[in-house]
Write a protein that binds this ligand. Structure first.
Ligand code: HEC
Ligand code: HEC
Length: 340
């Protein structure tokens, strides 16, 4: 007699009901689309990605009720079509209050060990609440938001599904972080050429620019390292002799960190103008001109920033290469757009 024949039929039935019940309760993991040429992403054990968490985070990311006058959401300053930037030199919050810095792209932000231009914030779960309180951003409070959605059955259901608890600060900060970790940009023409073997993806000119970018002459790739096009270090690139914003030194209080800012990713840089921590440079041509000039010679300036003596042709080639980092499928990804 086979083992299974000894088990009464009704017991199988009970087993079936039991397992399918568990099936529906078990969170559906989010299928994280990370390509083979990208590093593994560190995701906190207690906030693993699930469909429900990402969906809630996405809804909250685009939720203007998180701001005092219900006019500003995260997506206002981090707009998908601009690779999650806002096109302004300095971001504006509710009542057009001016902040202090340029809105950075959120492409591949799940890899950043520290956040903000000065690395002042430790992680996405911590960061996602700060714009809500910030006077120059959303100028509101978590309690005020929870009050606004207290009768909203859909929100209650989504929070319960995502974290097994009613709407609260815990679910808000974690779900937004979960959504942000899904913002992977890895399908630029550079990726197609470099990692997917499409030898026709780049033109002659773009290839000349690529060679320059990775050369010892320019050293661009020392700081903007592929595949993420940043090494996440803080560097002074000699924009000013006296920085109005002292950058990394605001956090460390070290003289040697004055004027140092987080090396930004260059992915989608064609879409993220204006440039630098304060949006002071308008075009890629001008950025290349800055590096070509070798900086103003600040005492903390990196030795990698020095006069390059590039020809006009070489400068144009470099800009052409930077534009190959644009990822059209990223800014058109419907999973990242406003679901509300
Ligand atoms: C008023 C515009 C504005 C709003 C609204 C806003 N941000 Fe930002 N965000 C910025 C600016 C400016 C910075 C850079 C801050 C700094 O470096 O001091 C930033 C930085 C960030 C960073 C760090 C990026 C990096 O490269 O280090 C993340 C993540 C982020 N914002 C997510 C959010 C989320 C989530 C929300 C909504 C809860 C939000 N932002 C709302 C303007 C805004
Ligand atoms: C020593 C490290 C270093 C080197 C070398 C370097 N960069 Fe940068 N780059 C930075 C830092 C840091 C910033 C941001 C400065 C700020 O926010 O004020 C930056 C900003 C940029 C920006 C603007 C990005 C944005 O979103 O604001 C572009 C474009 C850029 N670099 C391209 C290049 C090119 C091209 C080269 C080579 C000619 C190069 N970089 C060399 C560190 C470096």
């Amino acid at each position: 007699m086979k083992y299974t024949e000894r088990i009464p039929k009704w017991l199988w039935g009970a087993f079936f009901v039991f397992t399918t019940a568990c099936e529906t309760d078990r969170p559906v993991p989010y299928l994280h689309q990370i390509p083979s040429w990208f590093p593994e992403m560190d995701i906190p054990q207690e906030n693993q990605l699930t469909e429900a968490r990402v969906a809630l985070g996405r809804k909250l990311f685009y939720e203007p009720l998180l701001s005092s006058d219900s006019s500003v959401s995260c997506g206002t300053c981090h707009s998908l079509d601009l690779a999650f930037t806002d096109g302004l030199s300095i971001s504006q919050g509710v009542d057009a209050a001016l902040g202090m810095r340029n809105s950075p792209t959120l492409a591949n932000i799940g890899y950043a060990p520290r956040l903000f231009h000065d690395g002042g914030v430790g992680g996405l779960e911590l960061q996602s609440q700060s714009p809500i309180f910030s006077v120059s951003e959303m100028n509101f409070s978590i309690a005020g938001f929870l009050d606004r959605i207290s009768d909203d059955a859909e929100y209650t259901k989504m929070f319960l599904e995502a974290y097994g608890r009613e709407p609260d600060a815990f679910g808000i900060s974690r779900s937004i972080a979960a959504f942000e970790r899904t913002l992977i940009s890895s399908n630029s023409r550079f990726d197609q050429y470099e990692y997917q073997g499409d030898m026709n993806a780049l033109s002659e000119q773009e290839l000349r620019g690529k060679t320059l970018f990775f050369s010892e002459e320019t050293e661009c790739s020392n700081c903007h390292q592929p595949p993420l096009f940043t090494n996440f270090e803080y560097e002074n690139i000699g924009l000013y002799l006296n920085y109005a914003d002292s950058g990394r030194a605001r956090i460390t209080h070290l003289e040697s960190d004055k004027g140092k800012f987080k090396v930004p990713t260059l992915r989608n840089v064609e879409l993220t103008a204006p440039y630098m921590h304060n949006g002071s440079i308008q075009t890629l041509e001008e950025v290349v001109e800055h590096f070509n000039g070798g900086g103003v010679g600040h005492s903390n300036q990196s030795a990698s920033v020095k006069p390059l003596y590039l020809t006009q042709q070489q400068k144009t080639d470099l800009v052409a290469f930077l534009k190959t980092l644009t990822d059209v499928s990223f800014v058109q990804n419907e999973n990242f757009s406003n679901p509300n």
